[in-house]
Design a protein around this ligand. Structure first.
Ligand code: HEC
Ligand code: HEC
Length: 384
């Protein structure tokens, strides 16, 4: 198996992240938190300064869906990360509170606690606590647009009896828990709690339910894990992606790959609006590199890829079967299969109609409807 080594910056970042134990045992919970870890899954990492507790997770759930944490009271994290769509939004690219378009699509948050780095690319974005600051305060683009309005938002929460109870329960030792630090830590704890391992694939693989998957889906699984299709190299493990961090691992793993989605100049360039890892490392060979996303619940998260430029899973299979997508017209036109920076694992293949149907059936078997409908993860304001 050929796997691209992490880039220099990535390796350096990994080194930094692995310096003296920044993470605590997930079991060290003064608040009596009990993980509901799916069968066959490892234990997520938890930062030492933000242990899991039940009341914190419950506060975080409310804040995750709290529209008063946006500049105009119209959007929440949950507005772009809807559990019914596996915590995505159904759009090609996300749209912020003020209508501004993000250049990328919203990402699923299922099992996000296991990601070694967050977002489609950023190798330095390690913690959910730091990541939450971007949608809250970012201005390029505006997502929740809270910059300059944070005190107002905190005051509104502090004046609400619901939040008075929730913050006091979550942060019992704080004189004044209505701070940004407490907001992002609570949201991060909620996100870490979103674990899903009840898909037919899991029930078959880890639960020993031999008929949880159809024969067609099992045939598709064999294709997915084959050297012919290579999917599993980048979307392998229980997490269906290769950038994973768990308590059991000595080092987090982080990889980026160029799948030949674009080739606008014949020399491997991706469109200027988003060129991937190169924006962080300034190394030409990182052009078009993105972190593989999880494929869990993938049937629910169309459209696909970092910019939502593939409408459906059939289109994604076409892209890989062709060893990279060809666009014949428009500003992004180019032959992706000729992209010289493309991963050697994206080599192309042909599938019979039955094999294609099997692969799609396998991808469908990664959907965990039950977990996505869990009241523990649902919008508490849904009926308001
Ligand atoms: C306007 C829509 C929008 C809002 C609001 C939003 N997000 Fe996101 N989210 C995105 C997009 C787009 C990405 C991908 C960003 C990138 O790659 O640059 C993303 C990525 C993420 C990721 C990374 C997931 C992964 O697999 O690495 C996390 C975690 C996340 N968002 C959490 C949150 C939280 C917490 C909030 C609220 C504080 C929030 N988001 C609000 C659109 C949104
Ligand atoms: C070389 C590593 C690699 C291989 C091999 C690979 N993928 Fe991917 N996959 C990625 C990366 C990286 C992305 C995101 C690319 C982007 O957005 O530009 C991705 C994106 C996807 C997406 C879209 C996910 C989303 O949330 O939008 C699907 C679906 C997918 N891959 C399925 C497959 C299947 C099926 C195979 C086998 C035929 C496969 N992949 C092989 C790395 C890989």
């Amino acid at each position: 198996m050929i796997r691209r080594a992490p880039t220099l910056l990535t390796a350096a970042a990994l080194g930094a992240a692995c310096a003296p134990d920044p993470k605590a045992q997930a079991g060290d919970d003064p608040g009596g938190w009990v993980w509901q870890i799916p069968e066959g899954f490892p234990t997520p990492l938890v930062p030492a300064d933000n242990p899991m507790t039940g009341p914190k997770v419950e506060l975080g759930r409310h804040l995750f869906y709290e529209r008063r944490l946006s500049v105009n009271g119209e959007l929440s994290c949950g507005g772009c990360h809807d559990p019914a769509l596996a915590f995505t939004d159904g759009l090609a690219v996300a749209v912020g509170a003020t209508g501004e378009e993000h250049r990328r699509g919203s990402m699923s948050l299922v099992n996000v606690a296991y990601n070694s780095a967050l977002t489609w690319v950023n190798p330095l974005m390690r913690d959910l606590e730091h990541q939450a600051m971007v949608p809250l305060f970012g201005t390029t683009p505006v997502e929740l647009g809270l910059e300059g309005h944070e005190q107002q938002a905190l005051d509104a929460l502090a004046a609400d009896p619901l939040y008075q109870g929730l913050f006091t329960a979550a942060w019992p030792e704080d004189e004044d828990p209505f701070t940004l630090d407490r907001v992002v830590k609570s949201i991060a704890a909620f996100e870490r709690s979103i674990l899903s391992g009840g898909a037919p694939y899991d029930r078959y693989t880890y639960g020993g339910e031999l008929d949880a998957m159809s024969q067609e889906a099992k045939d598709g699984m064999a294709l997915f894990f084959s050297e012919r299709l290579e999917c599993y190299h980048c979307h392998g493990t229980f997490h269906f992606m290769d950038s994973v961090a768990t308590q059991e691992m000595a080092f987090p793993e982080l990889y980026h790959h160029n799948t030949g989605l674009y080739n606008v100049d014949g020399m491997g360039a991706y469109p200027l609006r988003d060129q991937g890892l190169i924006e962080h490392t300034f190394q030409f060979y990182d052009m078009g590199m993105f972190r593989a996303p999880t494929l869990r619940n993938i049937a629910l998260t169309a459209p696909y890829m970092h910019d939502g430029s593939i409408a459906d899973l059939d289109g994604v299979i076409d892209h890989y079967a062709a060893a990279g997508r060809t666009l014949t017209e428009g500003p992004d036109a180019g032959v992706g299969s000729a992209n010289p920076l493309k991963s050697s694992l994206v080599r192309g293949f042909s599938l019979s109609p039955a094999e294609r149907a099997a692969l799609l059936a396998f991808l469908d078997s990664l959907t965990d409807e039950e977990t996505l409908a869990e009241p523990r993860f649902a919008d508490p304001f849904a009926d308001d």
